[in-house]
Design a protein around this ligand. Structure first.
Ligand code: SF4
Length: 253
């Protein structure tokens, strides 16, 4: 881990605005992920949480958190549709890193969802399925905090290309840190190998990006790494990183 830190930027207000966060983000450009995280921990303490879907980026961030501020809550969205390998990885990370996980769930079982919306909602209306099982539960959970940390990177999708290291999250009305925004996939994997960290074994079988088993397919070498997510559909994001969240109508949930 890079221990060479440059001085962290300060802003004389706790009333964060999109503009003040842009300044912070610009002054953090070129800093290590550890420094971006330290800035977040210094400013938000117990008010900041780390999100993970157990992808390689999340593992890099969990390793940082375990070394810098291990008491930080790491949360994941349990849709009831994760691969068994993902649950096994979670348990391995608890043992290896001493991470404190919080499971976030919609409170709506799959049978209850099927009664309300019909079977296999993810095939017919994945946006509503993600809204019910991911976006709304996460939004409710995050409403208790001031800031959250994600593993998104600029080169993952066109939508993520302008991701700031620190930014205002308009959908959740809070601060969002993306300490790996400037990293490449190669850097992520180099870090994982260098630190001998566990990862989802499906990555070795053509699954570069892993979500619910119902919406994740293996891809061919050289394909867009995210092309296995919602393959054959226009959807590319589950909605938790979109700048605005469509307000759910009561009849939709
Ligand atoms: S990824 Fe698929 S199954 Fe999972 S919540 Fe979204 S639509 Fe539903």
């Amino acid at each position: 881990m890079n221990t060479q830190s440059k001085p962290l930027p300060t802003v004389d207000t706790l009333n964060w605005s999109p503009e003040s966060l842009k300044q912070v983000s610009q002054s953090l450009e070129g800093s290590s992920p550890a420094d971006v995280l330290r800035w977040g921990f210094d400013n938000f303490g117990d008010g900041i949480v780390l999100a993970t879907g157990f992808g390689p980026e999340g593992i890099v961030l969990m390793h940082h958190v375990s070394q810098i501020r291990p008491e930080t809550i790491v949360f994941y969205l349990d849709t009831d549709l994760l691969f068994s390998h993902t649950y096994e990885l979670r348990d391995e990370l608890v043992k290896k890193l001493g991470i404190r996980f919080e499971r976030i769930h919609s409170g709506i079982s799959l049978p209850a969802q099927a009664v309300r919306h019909g079977d296999k909602l993810w095939d017919r209306d994945p946006d509503t399925c993600c809204l019910i099982r991911k976006v709304i539960p996460q939004r409710q959970f995050l409403s208790k905090y001031d800031a959250w940390i994600t593993g998104i990177r600029r080169d993952q999708t066109a939508f993520r290309a302008n991701t700031g290291l620190v930014e205002w999250d308009y959908a959740n009305k809070m601060v969002k840190l993306n300490p790996l925004a400037a990293w490449t996939s190669d850097q992520v994997w180099e870090y994982i190998n260098e630190h001998d960290l566990p990862y989802n074994p499906l990555h070795d079988y053509g699954y570069p990006s892993i979500g619910c088993w119902t919406c994740t397919k293996a891809v061919e070498p050289g394909d867009d790494p995210r092309s296995g997510r919602w393959a054959g559909k226009a959807k590319t994001e589950c909605g938790i990183h979109l700048p605005s969240v469509k307000e759910p109508k009561a009849e939709n949930i």
